[in-house]
Design a protein around this ligand. Sequence first.
Ligand code: HEC
Length: 143
Amino acid sequence: MSLRQRLAGGLLALAACSTLGATEVEKKNYRLYCMGCHQLDGAGSPVNGIPAMRDQVGHFLRAPGGRAYLSQVPGTLNTPLGDKDTAALLNWVLVNIGRGSLPADFTPYSADEVARYRASVPEDVPGLRARLMDYLERQERGR
Ligand code: HEC
């Protein structure tokens, strides 16, 4: 292969990379930063304290404070990703992994919103989760 051909091949590969769809980026970020604990399909490992997100995680959006919570758990909080990429990743998780639980009126997270939640993380995040679960369970039982 001539140098010219190799160069052309390299340029083609570069072009292919830069046209990766947005969803591909989120998928890649999920694999890099979340899958180790949450598993590819979001099943998690409940016996080891990793909650199942598949068709579940969207329910948090129905509880007061739940929207902030999803953006304040350590996994979402501590990625090396900026607010914009984190918002996109969270939206991807909700729409794909959480599909069956997503409220019909779901509004995607914006970068500004994620920045705000990140700047105001409550001290007791596990306590917040327990309160949200309690709220959702009571709602489900119709009380
Ligand atoms: C080191 C393991 C680990 C990694 C990595 C991780 N998480 Fe989590 N995640 C957890 C645990 C454990 C919880 C349960 C809440 C808690 O105890 O903090 C959780 C809870 C969540 C929740 C709330 C769901 C619920 O049922 O409470 C969301 C949303 C979430 N993680 C998203 C992510 C995203 C997005 C990433 C990747 C950027 C990620 N997590 C990476 C362990 C992890």
